[in-house]
Design a protein around this ligand. Sequence first.
Ligand code: SF4
Ligand code: SF4
Length: 189
Amino acid sequence: MEAAASKDLCDVFLRKICAIPNGSKINECLQCGTCSASCPTATAMEYSPREVIAALRARMLERVLKSNTVWLCSSCYSCTVRCPAGIPFTDVMYELKRLGVKYGLYPKGTTNAVMAQAFVASVDRYGRNHEPELIRNYYLRTNPLRFLSQVILGLRLLSRGRMRLRPHRIKGREELRKMMAAIEENASP
Ligand code: SF4
Ligand code: SF4
């Protein structure tokens, strides 16, 4: 059994998933397994797409979020286009990632969530990804020693013009931030 607090959080997650377009269709899942059979990464997932839906409906959210499953989704949309019940499973995975990061519910010892946070921070700052900063922030939080080896690779990329040292800032960053803040506010439980 999962803790009572997890049940409350599960209600929050389910409410948010049901709020995405066609998200409430998770209640119409047939458990046919078409999504799992279509998924190119399902064999490496601790829980298949079909099992994720079953776990969500059974309020067993925490074990799904702490597994590798959502972080192995490559957003290929095969599950979504083939689901006979019209469930937007790829979008469900995105929402699980977003809320998992927000509530610190992701597999410990893995670094995917750190990469996601570093990417979002870079886009928030410049309006687009700035690779040197992304890599620096990612490795300093996950494996500082490995960062040193990445410096050599980075210098090679810089010397060949494959990467810019100075960030490229888009116009209208303030407008972008306002849009992102509005989206986050709407998305907040
Ligand atoms: S394909 Fe759709 S209906 Fe079938 S198990 Fe997956 S989510 Fe459920
Ligand atoms: S979108 Fe994700 S869960 Fe769906 S089939 Fe592709 S990899 Fe699998």
